[in-house]
Design a protein. Sequence first.
Lengths: 171, 425
Amino acid sequence: MERVTESCMVYTDEAPEGVSEAVRNALTPFGVKWSEHPVHGGWPGCLVDRARWAEAFQALKEQAGFDMLVDHTAVDYPERAGERFTVLGLAMNLETQERIMLRTRVPEGESVPTLVHLWKSADWAERETFDMFGIPFEGHPELTRIYMPQDFDGWPLRRDFPMQGHNRFKD
Amino acid sequence: MTTEEKTTAAPPAPTGENPEFAQPEYRTDIRLDADEDPGDRMILNMGPQHPSTHGVLRIVLEVDGERVVRAIPDVGYLHRGKEKIGESLGYHRYIPYTDRLDYLAPLANNCSATWAFEKICGIEAPPRAQAIRTICCELARISAHLLGLGAYGMDVGAMTVFLYTFTERETLYNFFEHLTGARFTTTYTRIGGVSRDADDEWLRAVHQFVSGFDEKVDTWENLLTNNRIWRIRNEGIGVITRQMALDYGLTGPVLRASGVAYDVRKDRPYGLYDQVDFDVPVGQHGDCYDRYLVRIEEMRQSARIVKQIIDKMPDGPVLADEPKYVLPDKQGVMTGMEELIHQFMLITGEMDTPKGEVHSHTELPKGEGGYIIRSEGGAAPWRLKYRAPSFVNLQVLKDILPGVLLADIVAILGSIDFVMGECDK
C-alpha cells in the first residue's frame, strides 16, 4: 500500500481568518491546533485532543451557539504511526451560518468520547462511523452496526479492507 | 467433499443452547416482559417490505392495541458501499453511482457530486453549465416532490393525487430524456460542466411547462389542502418541534416545516441561486400537514426559479477549459486520437488532484446533501463521505412515533419523504 500520512492537512497555532471571536474563545482552553487554511471550499477546522473531544463540542454548543451536528465521519491512515484514524465532526451555528470541522486522532482499538449527550443526531452518526471503521465511542448507549449485518466480519471503509470483500471465496 | 462425508458431518439441529449456533443479539430484538401480562401489547414488525415504507425501511414497533409504545427504525437493507466505490473508482467514474443515491432525483445528485469534485480540483464550471445545472436541480426537486406527494396521498387514502402527479412526472422525465439521453439514470454532469448543451427547443418547452405549473399545483391543492379527511389525517400528527429538529440535525422540508428557515440555496448560494429571486417556505407547527404545505410551496418556488434562469440564460461553453481535470469533448473523442488518449488517461486514473479537504453541501430535495472529501492526490479521493439527508432525517422516527396510532405511521413516513437508496448509501 502506498504510504500516505495525513499530508493534506497542515496544522498551526494561529486561527485562520474567518473564525469568529466566539469560536476562538470557546476553543482556546482546549489548546486546539488550527488547520492552516480553510482548504478551498472547506471550513475552518482544528485538531482537538481526543480526551477533550466531547468537551470541545460542548463548549462550541454552549458558548458559541453551535446548535447542529451536521456530519460525522472518520478517515483511515493505516500507515500513520501511532494514531491510525482521524475522526471528523462538523458542527453548525444556524444563526450565523458558521461551520467548524473538529478533528481528533485515535489509535486502533481505542475509543473516542461520544457526542450523544449533546446532539441526538450523533447516535446514528457514531454508529455509522463505528460500523465502517470500528472506532468505538465511549458512552454511546447502543453502539451496534447500522448498515452492515450484525455478524459481519471486518470494517468496510478501512483502507486495507479489500474492495471485493474478504469473504468472497469462502462458502 | 463427497456426499457421504457431507451427511455424516451434518451439524446437529440448532437447539439455541449451543453457543456455536447462538444468534448475535440484535438491537431490534425487542421482547415483551415475559412475567407481565401483555394485555393488548405486542411486537409488530413493519417492513422491510411494507408498501408505505417506500423501499426497505424496517420499523420494529411495540404496540398497545392501536397505539405505538416504542419504535426502533432499522436501516441498511440497501447498503451498497457507495463510499467505498467512490474511494476506489475515482471522481469521474463515481458520477454514475450518484444516480442511484436518491433515485427520485438523480440530476440533483449528479450536480451535487460534481460541485464537490470541482471544489477539490479547484475549478469552476462556466456560467451556462451552472445555469443548466440549476435548472436540473429544480426540475429534479419538482419531480421528487411530486412522487413524494403522490405516494404520500396514496398511503393516506387519496388515490387520485398519485395519478395527477405521475402525469406531470412523465412530462419531466421526457425533458430529462431529451436533455441527458436517459430518463432515469441520467449521469448528466461532468467535472467542469455538463455532458451536453441544452438546446433552445428544450429550454422553450421547459419554460412553457413551468409557466403553467402554478395552475397544476392549484389542481392538486384543490384535492388535498382543504380536504376534510386529508386534514384530519395530517393536522397535529407527527409533530417535530424546533428543538427536536435541531437536535436530530434534520434538514430540508422537514426542518423548514418545524419553523427553521434554513435553506442552503439561500444561505450559501451555489450555482446560480444567488441571481434568482425565490422564497423559502416555513411551517409553524412541524406536523405532517405543514410538511405537506412546505413541499407544495417549494414546488411553486422551484418553477419560479427555473423560469427566471431560462429568461436570462447565459451563453457560452458548457465545459470548462481545464484539460487537467475535465474530459474532452465527446465529438473529439470519437474522431481524434489526442482526445481519445486524453479521455482514456483521465478515466483510468492519470488525473492528479490537489491535496486537501473540502466540504461541499447542496440543497437536495430531501434535505442537505453534503460531501466531505479528503484528497491525498491521485484520481480517487482518499476518503469520500456523503451526508445522506434521508439517513439523518429518519432518525427522528424513534422520538415521534411513540404515542401515535398505527395508521398515522404511514402519514408520518409519507410526510418525512425519504428514499432508502440514499439513506442506505
